[in-house]
Design a protein around this ligand. Sequence first.
Ligand code: NAD
Length: 276
Amino acid sequence: SKVPPIILNNGVEMPQLGFGVWQVPDDEAESAVATALEAGYRSIDTAAIYGNEEGVGKALATSGIPRQDLFITTKLWNSDHGYDSTLRAFDTSLAKLGLEYVDLYLIHWPLPSRGTFVDTYKALEAIYADGRAKAIGVSNFLPEHLRTLIEETSVIPAVDQIELHPHLQQHAAREYHAEQGIATEAWSPLGQGKGLLEVPAIVAIAQKHNRTPAQVVLRWHLQLGNIVIPKSVTPSRIRENIDVFDFTLDTEDMAAISALNEDRRIGPDPATFDMI
Ligand code: NAD
């Protein structure tokens, strides 16, 4: 594949760029994922709450791509926190995907006020021990949540998937991940495509390299070492977003984008988000 791997802390290889399917309806997921697979994506990021694991699974099944060449991530939803309910929710996700294992299983949110993420993670450890997830990790965990998890459980998360883009650069989290050997995965890597792709500094860098603003932002992530999972349902954009491995941003470009940090979230704050 044209996408290089990141080696996770248990030796598993994860493509550094994958395809995110949040807000893709189940009946459109099959064709969107099929387009992504044709374009060369091998990593797909879904979640139980996205309601499209069946559509994703159909695209995988009809693709003819050998299972070992795919990297499939799904996530445990908030209402299923707890040891037994996590085991049940995982079975449901596997069945919907039509898979015998996932490559990565994540706790979607920490829900710190509920005090359930340690027991929940122990169920992920059991799933990992069974070989039904090749790697386990978390999403939206702040360093304080990771610290608790690392103290109270045995398997250091392979990945923390967090909101990360030029307006929210997550320096403290990235530093803590690096110390602990946790890979940083960026969700909404394009800042959901809103204002970010029109920021003059990014547009100027795109013009300089004869690329698009989305490609420049993805390149910035890749050169920092982040895993990225851009989402699109538009075939030309799906192809554009993976066509980022034949140019390089220079030090000046990287610095100009790094200067755009505003510590501004689009999504919820993991410290307080507790929706079920
Ligand atoms: P994103 O940053 O990937 O932006 C997607 C949007 O950007 C598209 O809907 C489109 O409007 C625009 N876009 C995409 N490619 C473009 C291009 N080439 N040119 C111009 N515009 C383009 O946002 P996202 O979907 O929120 O995040 C990506 C993935 O991250 C999701 O699909 C999901 O898999 C994951 N995610 C996870 C969490 C979590 O809590 N773990 C939360 C949000 C998203």
